[in-house]
Design a protein around this ligand. Structure first.
Ligand code: 3PG
Length: 214
């Protein structure tokens, strides 16, 4: 999938679930529950040993979900997530070496940005869609609005402290294509295998996105 198609998927999904998974055997059911609730993108963060296997399981068994690798912080992980079947990549920050590695393997990438210097490096590398992270802690919608001024070519996915209460404030900014967060995929709910609850959280998130966009 090329960058344009991947970004279109993020944009239409609206809310990107940021998954921290401890047990890869839960991954497929989790992705099915999200898809059932209208969320067809799953970002599996490489923060736990089970993450790569979880990503591979979703990529293989849940074709309706866009399998995204999150928390990719080293160039070596580019090939690993490609091999696992990732269709796009998200990072918490920007690095030239990760940019280069992802170009080599041909995966779309949202680097993380929080400052004007980050945005300058991203733009210099030809990366114009970024994760704004950590969104709330970096100043929230007013900070993102100010940061967008000098970078009219950029679009953003704010993540970090985003939830049902404030997603509308971000989506009101024209530069924001989607938001991300972990609130719709609580670790204890995944561990308990409460897929109905995940489906409900996904549906609520989708409805809040649609309402904000209406
Ligand atoms: C991320 O990596 O995107 C964040 O950890 C998600 O932030 P949240 O837990 O505040 O939603």
């Amino acid at each position: 999938m090329d960058e344009t198609a991947a970004i279109a998927r993020l944009k239409s999904c609206g809310v990107i679930p940021v998954v921290v998974i401890e047990d890869a055997s839960r991954a497929v059911d989790l992705a099915h529950a999200l898809v059932a609730g209208g969320i067809d993108v799953v970002e599996v963060t490489l923060r736990r040993p089970a993450a790569m296997e979880a990503l591979a399981a979703i990529a293989k068994s849940v074709p309706k979900a866009l399998a995204v690798a999150g928390t990719v912080v080293t160039p070596a992980q580019a090939q690993q997530v490609k091999d696992a079947g990732a269709q796009a990549v998200v990072s918490p920050g920007f690095s030239e070496s990760v940019d280069e590695a992802l170009r080599k393997v041909g995966l779309p990438w949202l680097p993380g940005v929080a400052t004007a210097s980050d945005c300058m490096r991203a733009v210099a590398a030809g990366r114009t869609t970024a994760k704004f992270f950590p969104a709330e802690q970096a100043g929230g919608p007013p900070a993102l609005k100010a940061l967008s001024g000098p970078f009219p070519q950029m679009t953003f996915c704010p993540t970090g402290g985003v939830g049902l209460k404030n997603l509308g404030d971000y989506l009101a900014l024209p530069q924001v294509i989607c938001v991300g967060g972990s609130w719709l995929v609580p670790a204890d709910t995944i561990a308990a295998g409460d897929w109905k609850r995940i489906e409900t959280l996904a549906r609520e998130a989708k409805e809040a996105f649609q309402k904000a966009r209406a």
